[in-house]
Design a protein around this ligand. Structure first.
Ligand code: ZN
Length: 289
């Protein structure tokens, strides 16, 4: 399922494809669930040059020069593809026809994606977008910002990271990857993190996003779509295979209805720093007070 890096990749691709071109016409697959919130009259009126595309979490906000735009969400299987005139594209739900005849398709096999066309001034106020939390790439991430975003959460760490109203853009894959990089067990509580662990988590999230953007930057569609493609992840989807760092077998369990992958050795459930300190200095504790 597309998460922040894949949506960012889609944003960059769309900007490149629209550059120097005019949108002359749009087409919608009749009755497609893609348009369930959408005024089709506005979708059909989209026209002109691209003014810009903002991304917040997993949402794209696309603006055209005729002051109309759309909010796009890739859902589970959605992606944008540019194809030559007349080329058939399976599961093409929406089409953007350019002045050179090329067509940008919104392809979506499972129809969880959506396109919601509105006047451009209303894009950021759409309910789905307005409630989103901090975007780790667009807004930037620091220890303070992450703490603020997760403050008051009684959720387990991975569940809190996937809460789009707190952190926008991380899903099941990249939350698990970030926690592995930060050496944090997915079931740790937000309140239990030490200052070094907060730092590690910020770095883990940033490195995970940077890595995923890099994988896609090679021009390959990311492996989540391609059946049988090599798994580029550190722990996600690797249960039963050796951890890339320590060779312990990666484990999985169900957490809030989703499968969580982690390494029991690299991501112990107990806070590692405290444990080390206690073992090293037992006497200091005895004489204190
Ligand atoms: Zn490990």
């Amino acid at each position: 399922m597309p998460e922040l890096p894949e949506v960012e990749f889609a944003r960059r691709s769309l900007e490149r494809w629209f550059e120097g071109r005019q949108l002359v016409r749009t087409e919608a697959e009749p009755g497609a669930r893609t348009f369930r919130d959408c005024d089709l009259g506005i979708f059909k009126a989209l026209k002109g040059s691209l003014v810009g595309i903002d991304r917040k979490g997993k949402y794209l906000m696309v603006r055209f020069s005729n002051k109309l735009g759309f909010v796009g969400h890739l859902g589970m299987t959605g992606k944008f593809l540019k194809r030559a005139p007349g080329e058939e594209v399976k599961w093409s739900r929406a089409r953007f026809v350019l002045d050179d005849g090329e067509v940008i398709h919104f392809q979506d096999m499972r129809l969880f994606g959506r396109i919601d066309a509105v006047p451009a001034v209303e894009l950021e106020g759409r309910p789905a977008v307005a409630k989103l939390g901090v975007d780790p790439l667009g807004d930037g991430l620091s220890v303070e910002r992450l703490q603020e975003a997760l403050s008051g959460s009684n959720q387990e760490l991975k569940v809190a990271l996937m809460d789009q109203e707190r952190i926008a853009g991380l899903g099941n894959i990249h939350a698990a990857e970030a926690l592995f990089r930060a050496k944090l067990h997915p079931e740790r509580s937000v309140a239990s993190l030490s200052p070094p662990e907060w730092k590690a988590l910020v770095k883990g999230i940033q490195a995970t996003i940077a890595f995923a953007l890099d994988v896609e930057g090679d021009g390959e569609e990311i492996a989540y779509v391609e059946e049988g493609a090599p798994n580029p992840f550190l722990v996600y989807g690797r249960a039963g295979t050796p951890c890339r760092k320590c060779k312990t077998l990666v484990k999985s369990f169900t957490q809030a209805g989703r499968t969580t992958h982690f390494c029991p050795t690299c991501q112990p459930k107990q806070r590692r720093v405290d444990g080390d300190q206690m073992r090293k200095r037992p006497r200091a504790r005895r004489y204190r007070g």
